[in-house]
Ligand binder design. Structure first.
Ligand SMILES: *Cc1c(COP(=O)(O)O)cnc(C)c1O
Length: 349
């Protein structure tokens, strides 16, 4: 972890080390802690989260996986239907807690880079009304969409879907693990992209580089319910949360502008690897910090290319038999991006 690492880590943006400003703030909080003081740093973080998202209340949790689960449990009861995009992070990478813990019935619908046609959402809602299916309580969207290669949900689409759900009294939760990437890509205030949802989760540990943690933001009543759920699930007993919060606040206040550099480097890498014979990258789809690379044209399995890259010091993530995912973050500079593209050429050559 960190700049001394000889590897070029494009496997995930979740391993980013806190910045020196963050380490200092974390240490200052730890040194100033007394048994008689409240959790001031946590309160400052939550207040800032509310201000940024336009939501009334917020909660700090250990991970975005837990935050998404708690959001679903706060909005939907056991046996309720929740509509999810079929390749959403909640559906493929969160251990099916929605079923095994929350008892929710997931209705998975296919989307285009995260965007499910409103018509399809509405017919799933109608079907649940008319054919003895569980009633639909909640729809979850994801922005940016991880499996969609960091795709940004079109703003007009998100607004239209939220309005249609509100009319039908169905909650909408946003998995906004990388919502700041989306806001930077569209050059919009994050609030404009989050205030229309009933709840929003945000990762502090990815592009924002904080030590760990995620935020769940929503209405005051929803967050009250969420805190009780967090207590039961073990997410409310972060006894040293102030230290995490101190880094998180710097993430929210000082790291957002740097995200534009991650996007530029992802594009730099994508433009370079696009020229390698047998490699498939759709440049117009590289909107944020994620690049999906289809290696099937090389005649090699993605797993084999992953191994060959690993030997050369480049970490990537196996997305499917044919596709590797490369994620850009603060610890990758221009030179790393170009070197990684050269090493990919060498790996398949
Ligand atoms: C990383 C990620 C999560 C989970 O975050 P953790 O803090 O690792 O639990 C949730 N949703 C999306 C879209 C992600 O990319």
């Amino acid at each position: 972890m960190g700049r001394n690492d000889p590897y070029i880590d494009l496997g995930t943006d979740a391993r980013t080390a806190p910045t020196s400003r963050m380490w200092e703030a974390m240490q200052a909080v730890a040194l100033n802690a007394t048994p008689f003081k409240g959790q001031e740093a946590v309160e400052a973080l939550l207040a800032r989260a509310c201000e940024l998202t336009g939501q009334a209340a917020a909660l700090l949790l250990p991970s975005c996986t837990m935050a998404n689960l708690i959001a679903m449990m706060a909005h939907a009861d056991r046996g309720d239907q929740v509509i999810l995009e079929e390749s959403s992070h909640i559906a493929w990478s969160e251990g099916w807690g929605m079923a095994s813990i929350a008892g929710i019935y997931p209705k998975l619908l296919k989307g285009r880079r995260g965007a499910i046609d409103l018509e399809e959402i509405l017919s799933a809602v109608e079907a649940s009304v008319f054919s003895h299916r569980p009633r639909t309580k909640l729809l979850c969207l994801e922005n940016t969409h991880n499996a969609g290669g960091g795709a940004v949900l079109p703003q007009a689409y998100a607004a239209e879907v939220c309005a249609a759900m509100k009319e039908r009294e169905i909650y909408v939760h946003l998995d906004g693990a990388r919502i700041f990437n989306a806001a930077v890509a569209l050059d919009l205030p994050v609030r404009q992209m989050t205030e229309m949802y009933d709840s929003v989760t945000i990762n502090l540990n990815k592009g924002l580089c904080a030590l760990e943690g995620a935020l769940l933001c929503g209405s005051a009543a929803m967050i009250r319910k969420a805190s009780q759920l967090a207590r039961a699930l073990g997410g409310d007993s972060q006894h040293k949360a102030e230290i995490i919060a101190a880094a998180g606040l710097i993430g929210l206040n000082e790291m957002v502008d740097d995200i534009a550099k991650d996007h530029r480097r992802a594009y730099l890498f994508a433009s370079a690897v696009q020229r390698i014979p047998g490699i498939g990258v759709e440049l117009q789809r590289v909107q944020t910090n994620i690049v999906m690379v289809d290696v099937s044209g090389t005649g090699l399995a993605a797993k084999e290319v992953l191994q060959r890259l690993k030997i050369r010091g480049v970490a990537s993530y196996l997305y499917s038999d044919a596709v590797l995912r490369f994620v850009f973050h603060r610890e990758i500079n221009d030179e790393d991006a170009l070197r990684a593209s050269r090493l990919l050429g060498e790996a398949i050559g």
